[in-house]
Every structure is written in C-alpha cells, then in structure tokens.
Design a protein around this ligand. Structure first.
Ligand code: SAH
Length: 337
C-alpha cells in the first residue's frame, strides 16, 4: 500500500457506516500525505510559487528584512521562515543580504519551520549556512527578537466551512456514498442575528491559521512579521477551497493526498490578530510591496550583470501584473517595537 492510498483508506475508514468527518480534519489528513511528497513545486510539479518564479522575490524580501533590522535597532536577532518549500526564498534572501556587515553580525540563527521531512531535506541542500536550524513546529521556537516570514503558508492550512441556509447554519463535512467520498451539510444551529449575511453564504473559518498567527505573535518580543499569500480583505461568501494538480484545477475529493489543497487567506482576520497583540500592521498588494522595496532596481542590476532582459521582464510580469500575481496576492506586515 503506498502513501496516497493510505490517505484515502484512512478517510474511507473514518467515514464508514454513515460517519462523517469535518472539512478541516479531512484536509489535515490529505495535506499531511501531500507535503510528505517532494515533487510538488516547479514546472514539473503541481504549482509554482513566487520564489520559484524569480530570485528577485527572495532578494526583495531580504531588503525588507535589512530595513526592518535597522528600524528595530537590533543588537542581535534571528530570522524565521515558516513553510519554506524548497528553500529558495531563504537562499535568495541570504545572498542579497550577505554583504551587510551589521546585519550578519547581529543575525544569530536562521530557523526553518517545516513539518515535511522530504521538504526539509531539500531545504538543507539549498540553504547552506551554519546558522540554519530546522524545527517542525513554531512552538519549539524561543520568544525573542525575530523577523518571521511565510510565503504561501497560510493557504495550505486546513479550514472549516459553514453554510447559511434559510432556517439554519450547517457545517460542510465529508461523507461516503457507494465507496466514493462526497461533501454533505450537517445542520448545526438555528439562525441567529446574521441578517447581513446572504442566504447560501459559505463562511470559511481558518482555525489552524489563526492559532498559528497567535503563536507567531507570541514569539515576537520585538520584531517584524511578513506573510504573502493569495487572499482577500472581505469575504465574498463563496467556497475558496481548491485542489491543484500539475498546474490545473481538479476535484477536491479525487486523488486524495496527491493534489494540493488550499484556500484563500482572510487577511483582515490575520491583521486583527496582530493588532490585538500590539503590532502595527499594514496590508498591501504584492505588486506595491515588491516595488516599494526595490524589485525594479534588482531587475536592472541583474540585467547589468548579464541576465537575459526578456527573461527578467517575464518574471517581473508574473510577480507584478494585476492579471497575474500582483493583485490577487496580498502582503501583511506586522511590526512590534
Ligand atoms: N514558501 C514556499 C512553499 C509554500 S507551500 C514557497 O513559497 O515556495 C507550503 C509550505 O508549508 C510547504 O513547505 C509545506 O510543507 C509547509 N507546511 C504546510 N503545513 C505546515 C505546518 N503545519 N507546519 C509547518 N510547515 C507546513
């Protein structure tokens, strides 16, 4: 029995004899199997993230780190990346900041938080630095002066979905019908004061993401947090759950553990979590963030150093254009002095 069959078997066992499991539990099982596989990134894999598109992405985030290091006036600090994928962002960030003497003298440790053994292994080949330390969960990290970054991490955490019906709220669950998995709705409560929410609305609740965000906030005694992801400021009351395989959308309940499952990130709730913990926060579009931290200067520099101008222009377009990643992707910055 291979890994992906055991993800499916586990879910089939849990949904035997009319039992159901909640969407977040289903996602947790499927994602654990999925991320245990290492061939998920790049043109051969299922999806391409910004650090996979261009080295300029991680380099620009390196500049953001260096500026915050100065603003925070750190004598010593550590950098943390959560969910580093193949480790390219950190590799580019470290290269871009290598010449900064004060920054490197103060930089104690580089923590990579990764729960997939296979991906941690790949990261170890890409991030060659004696200060690098791998952890499985942010809970293992000591609180202190920290700069924490996470690209396309929150979209990969399990969510719950609820639906508003004419008479009640229901929760979306996974059930089994004739040995096939299906979505079902289970009534959970009567309607109360939710008149401003339209009938048929789907409400997504990202408990895992919110708990993770609270933990991140609790670890930063002083410091900065940056997360970039596809997401929204205000919910459209639709399901944003999606499955992607080899760069195409596929059904969520097929090929379990073999396809990438994600949902759009609710940036307003994330921002509020950091505000409540005493951070100054700001949300920007990816294009605006990258341009204000100098991505176009990086592009010119690379071209001067001999990079192919057409390739650089194509990378900039993918990261910045509003019909590409520029506007769908949002950036949350949270700073605590
Ligand atoms: N940041 C990378 C990868 C994004 S994919 C990039 O931009 O290319 C999501 C990453 O988060 C993967 O590395 C995955 O293994 C990791 N991940 C998912 N859930 C996690 C969890 N609960 N704890 C730690 N890492 C997790």
């Amino acid at each position: 029995m291979n890994d992906k069959n055991s993800a499916l078997n586990q879910i089939l066992d849990l949904t035997e004899n009319g039992q159901t499991i909640k969407l977040d539990y289903f996602m947790q099982i499927a994602l654990n199997y999925y991320y245990a596989n290492s061939k998920i990134f790049g043109s051969e894999g299922d999806f391409i993230t910004a650090p996979e598109i261009s080295q300029m992405f991680g380099e620009t985030i390196g500049i953001w780190c260096a500026l915050n290091f100065e603003r925070l006036d750190f004598k010593e600090f550590s950098i943390v990346e959560i969910g580093p994928g193949r480790g390219l962002l950190m590799k580019d960030l470290l290269r871009a900041t290598k010449q900064l003497k004060d920054f490197n003298q103060a930089l104690r440790k580089i923590y990579l938080i990764e729960n997939s053994f296979a991906l941690a292994h790949i990261q170890q080949a890409n991030i060659i630095d004696h200060r690098a330390v791998w952890l499985k969960h942010i809970g293992e990290l000591e609180a202190g002066n920290l700069i924490i970054i996470a690209n396309e991490f929150f979209d990969a955490l399990p969510i719950k979905q609820f639906k508003k019906n004419t008479k009640c709220w229901s929760e979306i669950v996974v059930a089994q019908q004739h040995s096939k998995l299906v979505f079902q709705e289970i009534p959970i409560s009567e309607l109360n004061s939710s008149a401003d929410i339209p009938n048929g609305a789907i409400i997504e609740v990202a408990n895992y993401a919110h708990e993770y965000a609270e933990l991140i906030a609790s670890k930063i005694t002083q410091g900065a947090f940056l997360t970039i992801d596809y997401g929204y400021l205000k919910s459209n009351y639709i399901s944003t759950l999606q499955a992607v395989h080899r760069h195409k959308y596929v059904p969520v309940l097929e090929n379990i553990g073999e396809v990438d499952l994600t949902s759009h990130v609710d940036f307003t709730t994330l921002k509020n979590i950091f505000n409540e913990k005493g951070f100054n926060t700001e949300i920007a579009l990816q294009a605006d963030f990258l341009s204000s931290y100098g991505i176009m200067l990086r592009a010119e520099k690379l071209i001067k150093e001999g990079a192919n101008p057409a390739h650089i222009a194509a990378q900039i377009r993918r990261l910045m254009a509003s019909d590409q990643m520029g506007a769908l992707f949002k950036v949350l910055q949270a700073i605590k002095h």
